[in-house]
Write a protein that binds this ligand. Structure first.
Ligand code: ASP
Length: 369
């Protein structure tokens, strides 16, 4: 094949779709730039789209700015629990892991599943055993926890216990789910206790809870406050790539949502929800409120529109509109067609994104038409 006929490689990534205060921008831009450099280095040396996606996501997992790998949000019981998916558009081979607590780079475990297992998806200790059998090292969960996230969890749980509305899962103020939800009870139910969902930070007396929550809330920087849903961060990371062989790949990695119940799995690592790749349609990665994204199988919904003739940009914008109008969800999406056309959309105030091609790199923290 002549050089002029070869597909032009391209890498597109996201890392953080939320209100993102001004003082968080530089760290996101640095993280995105480093991930673009690593992914592009793989593509430009003749690597595959899978190589590029794995390299870019690995960098963002290692960067504690993002909700992936070290620095992720904590579960209700104060642990890091990670999910990731990697998918090859050439042959639909896929690897997913969920609820892993002792791997620094779940995307690398996902690649091992993709390449070395007849199965597609491993969870928990089974996933970790599989990863160690293929050479990965286990780490202590505390190595994945950063002080910022302990503070964030404490603020969230104390405010929640004091009766502040939990807006994590509400899409917008007028949505039907939020408006029909019963007020939260600050007493932890026996069932929640049995299922291990007891918050780490809970006080016995409601008065004590309220006083401490108010004190902590007022002392916190904006990005750690919980009373404004637009401040909730979605720092899941993802990448999609097209290589010189004409193949697409996609990967998504996350620590999930703040104070999630142990064992909860979001959209990010579920095939067709937060991630999908098929040379015959497109490659996609999403971030945002996982439950609505899962219910809409939104990644597959979006790539199917590209297969039906929509441009990736039109499909990306339509997917985010659908997420909001159907279920009141918030989030962001990146889409890449087999011809190298891209789509980026988000309904969060900001979303960190980056693009690398042979002509150089571009990145930003908003991308709205
Ligand atoms: N989608 C992720 C999840 O629900 C979270 C996020 O993107 O912020 O697990």
């Amino acid at each position: 094949m002549k050089d002029s006929q070869k597909p032009q490689p391209i890498l597109l990534i996201h890392g953080g779709a939320w209100a993102m205060p001004d003082d968080a921008i530089a760290a996101h831009e640095r993280g995105i730039a480093a991930a673009l450099a690593a992914g592009w280095s793989a593509l430009s040396r003749g690597g595959t789209a899978i190589d590029a996606v794995e390299a870019a996501v690995t960098i963002m997992e290692d960067d504690d700015t993002f909700d992936a790998g070290r620095g992720s949000f904590l579960t209700r019981d104060g642990r890091v629990q990670l999910d990731a998916l990697l998918m090859n558009g050439a042959d639909l081979r896929t690897g997913g892991v969920a609820c892993v607590e002792h791997l620094r780079n779940p995307i690398q475990a996902a690649r091992l599943v993709l390449e070395k297992s007849p199965h597609v998806y491993f969870v928990g200790t089974g996933a970790e055993r599989f990863a160690t059998q293929h050479g990965m090292r286990l780490v202590d969960n505390t190595e994945l926890i950063v002080p910022r996230e302990r503070d964030r969890l404490m603020a969230f749980q104390l405010a929640e216990a004091a009766g502040a509305p939990d807006t994590t899962f509400s899409g917008h103020s007028s949505d039907s789910i939020a408006s029909t939800e019963a007020p939260r009870n600050s007493v932890i139910s026996a069932e929640a206790q049995r299922s291990g969902e007891t918050p780490v930070f809970a006080l016995d007396s409601a008065t004590e809870q309220r006083a401490l929550a108010t004190e902590i809330e007022s002392a916190l920087p904006d990005e750690l406050r919980i009373d404004d849903p637009t401040l909730h961060s979605h720092d899941t990371v993802g990448a999609v790539a097209l290589d010189q062989y004409g193949n697409l790949a996609a990967g998504t990695s996350t620590g999930g949502t703040l104070s999630k119940a142990p064992g909860r799995v979001g959209d990010s690592s579920l095939i067709g929800c937060g991630c999908y790749a098929d040379n015959l349609s497109a490659a996609v990665s999403l971030t945002g409120w996982g439950e609505p994204i899962m219910k809409l199988v939104l990644g597959k919904w979006a790539v199917d529109r590209v297969a039906a003739g929509a441009t990736p940009q039109a499909a990306a914008s339509a997917a985010i509109d659908y997420l909001f109008t159907r279920l009141g969800g918030h989030g962001g999406i990146i889409l890449l067609g087999p011809d190298g056309q891209i789509g980026i959309a988000h309904n969060t105030p900001r979303m960190a994104w980056g693009i690398a091609t042979a002509n150089g790199t571009q990145l930003g923290i908003t991308r709205n038409p």
